[in-house]
Write a protein that binds this ligand. Structure first.
Ligand code: UD1
Length: 420
């Protein structure tokens, strides 16, 4: 159902919330269940639309999926009937491409729709395909579908032209059951890549070096179902920290991992926030102050994440001073700018750079979410705008944030969801 969010701005957030399991870890891990003989149980699964889509995707193939109320999902692939990821699911969730490597390496064939473009740029999957070809797969694109075949993939040295997160994950999964050793160079170092490697290793894979730019995978004959707990969502964590900061408030986020957020925490401190961290919690206090403008340059982990760029753009709109935001990961990731301008923000975009001149305040407006993190930035802006902001098309936000309005309401925000 189409919903929208109404936010009455001006409340200073104050309180505690719990962070959910990471979207970008659970999606590859669910795809990775296709590699397992025997049932797998995944714990700390966030309740997100992208998870539902992945479950539907597995279900389409005949895989049995049981969802438990206590945030766990059990997957049994013994009933699999086909190896197809259809267009109608892939087009709503690009990370469906993650089933390509597992299907091909375990069953010798896969048919996966090409994802096509998306709001934040063209986002090709050429490196996923090239890596699999280098491992011996025969791949053709016919009628918009990638058709891949291989008797058994062979270990290879894969040098990635660009650091790609899901590309690294797809190839790591394919290599896990390949014949021989695969080395992925210029691999993505994101914590979610490490989480996937840890998961695969608990199933019997032999993967070393995840978290560095060289990952070595010694292929094994088979992987066995296991039980695995997904790591906390660092982007959800960062988003709530920004929400508290923009409102001048205080927050304690629990069940998270501060070591995954160094670059984000540094920027929040630079913006004037007092940040304290424990083993699995982060506390931020803005003491009612207006944030200071902070320059941002996105890049692969451990640098500042592109998935936090839009939220910091919102923070900078009301900050003291002028900031520069450089987006180096995606070609068209400033869709939130035009909507923020409608709320009174002073932002100029020139190529991959946005110049944000902080204003004293924003004013509420009806705004439209265009992608997941852009939606989050509009909510951040709504929290401080004068009047009632209406965020439309929030299905984008439900893809990646678990009950955002409830968590924000728990912090004192005046926010509610209504049918559009
Ligand atoms: C993942 C994340 C997404 C995050 C992004 C960057 C998931 C499910 N999603 O997306 O939230 O914003 O990492 O941190 O984990 N590229 C190519 N060819 C390819 C693959 C990628 O040119 O075959 C380019 C992309 O167009 C982009 C850059 O590489 O410019 C990085 O993209 P990539 O890391 O692949 O993003 P995703 O894995 O799709």
């Amino acid at each position: 159902m189409l919903n929208k969010l109404l936010i009455q701005g001006g409340t200073r957030l104050d309180g505690e919330i719990r962070i959910s399991g990471a979207k970008n870890a659970v999606l590859p891990i669910l795809a990775g269940t296709l590699l397992a003989d025997g049932p797998t149980v995944i714990e700390n699964v966030p309740h997100l639309h992208d998870v539902t889509t992945t479950v539907e995707l597995l279900g389409c193939m005949g895989v049995q999926v049981v969802i438990d109320e206590k945030l766990s999902i059990e997957v049994d692939t013994s009933t699999i009937e086909n190896h197809v990821a259809p267009y109608h699911l892939v087009k709503t969730m690009r990370s469906s491409i993650l089933v390509l490597g597992p299907l091909l390496t375990r069953f010798g064939e896969a048919e996966v729709s090409l994802p096509g473009g998306c709001a934040i740029g063209s986002r090709p999957v050429n490196l996923h395909i090239k890596g699999l070809q280098d491992m011996g797969a025969e791949i053709e694109v016919v009628n918009g579908y990638i058709h891949a075949r291989a008797d058994r993939l062979k270990g290879a040295r894969l040098v990635m032209d660009i650091v790609t997160v899901t590309g690294t994950e797809n190839l790591m999964m394919a290599a896990a059951l390949a014949d021989g050793v695969t080395i992925i160079e210029n691999a993505a170092r994101e914590p979610e890549v490490v989480d996937l490697a840890n998961y695969l290793n608990t199933m019997g894979a032999k993967i070393e070096g995840a978290g560095t730019d060289t990952i070595t995978i010694e292929g094994v004959e088979k992987l066995t179902g296991t039980r695995y707990r997904v790591l906390p969502d660092r982007i959800e964590t960062g988003t709530y920290l920004v929400a508290a900061a923009i409102s001048g408030g205080r927050i304690k986020v629990k069940d998270t991992d501060p070591t995954l957020l160094d670059a984000v925490i540094d920027k929040l401190r630079e913006a004037g926030a007092e940040v304290t961290c424990g083993d699995d919690w982060i506390e931020l206090d803005m003491h009612g102050k207006r944030p200071k403008a902070v320059n941002i340059r996105t890049a692969p982990f451990p640098a500042f994440p592109t998935d936090m760029q839009a939220q910091f753009a919102a923070l900078n709109t009301i900050a003291e001073g002028t900031s520069t935001i450089v987006e180096t990961v995606f070609e068209n990731r400033f869709m939130h700018v035009q909507e923020l301008q409608r709320m009174g923000a002073d932002i100029e975009v020139e190529g991959n750079t946005a110049i944000v001149r902080g204003v004293e305040g924003l004013t509420a407006a009806p705004v439209m979410a265009t992608d997941l993190r852009a939606s989050a930035s509009l909510i951040m802006a709504g929290l401080v705008a004068t009047g009632e902001t209406e965020v439309q098309r929030i299905y984008h936000i439900d893809r990646g944030y678990e009950i955002i309005e409830e968590k924000l309401a728990q912090l004192g925000a005046n926010i509610r969801r209504i049918p559009a």
